[in-house]
Design a protein around this ligand. Sequence first.
Ligand code: CU
Ligand code: ZN
Length: 532
Amino acid sequence: MLDTKVEGATVVDGTGAPGFRADVGIRGETIAAVGNLSREPAGTTLRAAGLTLAPGFIDMHSHSDWRLWANRRAESKIRQGVTTEVVGNCGFSPAPVNPSSREDLRGFALYLPEGMDFSWRSVEEYLKRFDAGGCALNVIQLVGHGTLRVAAMGFARRKPADAELAHMQRLVAESLEGGAWGLSTGLIYAPGSYAETDEIVQLARVAGHHRGLYASHIRGEGANLLNAISEAIRIGREGEVPVQVSHLKAAGRPHWGKVKDALALIDAARAEGLDVTADVYPYTASSTTLRTLLPGWALEGGTWAMLERLHDPATRGKIRDEIEKGRQGEEDHVANAGWDGILIAYAPNCPEAEGRRLSEFARGRGVAPAEAAMDLILLSDGKASMILFQLDEADLRTALGHPRVMIGSDGSALATHGELGKGKPHPRSYGTFPRVLARYCRDEGLLSTEKAVHKMTGLPAKKLGLKDRGVIRAGAKADLVGFNEKTVSDLATYENPHRYAAGIEYVFVNGRLVIKGGEHTGSLPGRVLTPP
Ligand code: CU
Ligand code: ZN
């Protein structure tokens, strides 16, 4: 006897193989059978003719570790069909914590919901605490290099001393033994940006030794893109660790077209025998914190030191000059997007700025854009963020079409109500997966549904070493999404981001229904996944 039978859907199994008509039977949290199950009795039968049934989507690049604390139902993600999120990306995870730098971490975090109090020390302790609250979807945690650096040496802008490096190495080992699946870096964000390549090699090697992966927001995505890809590959080679290049893009009009060169470097590394892959989100705007507009030295010492510098007229003037004259050698967001290309997403304590172009907001205040940006950073204690219109559609299509590129939202689990429904965040948090299926599969025919689903399921599962998910077959975990290929669509826009996707009819996590007929059941069957 089956617990649940999904009848008559087109099964797209996640391997990239052609879809086929079949019934799928679930017992407990496992797929019990795939095939003609018309004679099998089941507790519940869902008639799914006309729907496509795929493995639950794996969001290879997410920042939900913060917001899931206040969004256990994982609204904007589960409603896209996402059943597993890889969090702790871009160098920043909520653990490990060194009590002596706890306040630094608190100042650095963009969003601090109830429960996010940094009272834990290790990743293991953190994950136990998170898991106890339940979650609609599964979570795979990475440990962030920035977080490790804060624990070992605060926001110091220098090389680590031998003892500090050894401390970070111990923390990587402890974190991977305690449930982290790999190490992430954010090499444009302080304090991660203060690290030289060799430091990362030393840490990534420990992650590789524990069979983890290395995921990187690389050191530059504009003028520096190809050097930065080469650095990530070098870290993989010298650290003997699989590499994931996060949110592949070429930022800024002069650099458009370079995604194919970046992919050529990745292909060459693979030909050499290295395991290098990438992920992408299906939008031509990116999003990050406003404080990344500041030169690296302005963030030395942490958030409070940065705010003090912005309060001091002489230092502030120097920062403004540097922003305006451009930032050679560092990621230069202003050069890449231009002030008109920057949209204010979140502006805590200045909500009237949200949804407006930075240039227009500055004009309204009668100040230069760099001044307005610094004002917003100050008003928000460094927590304001922006959307940057700086990417090329052709590059995006190149990335989506590459066989080693998977899908990652770079977004968070949000919700249309309450605190999580505020601001004008990037629509990727609501629309990434349906947008690939709607726009790039159905409407433009860039990818077959089978290929797109593979990029959302089997491909990331293989990269992660997740053996029993990402595929529909008997014995695999019953993470499933049933969607309507004709109606699936992302409804979130830059103007109106807080809108759930359409056409996602059923989502199962660990055998239990979380989305039924497009509605959330309130069920929380997800869990923190343990590395193999
Ligand atoms: Cu990220
Ligand atoms: Zn990033």
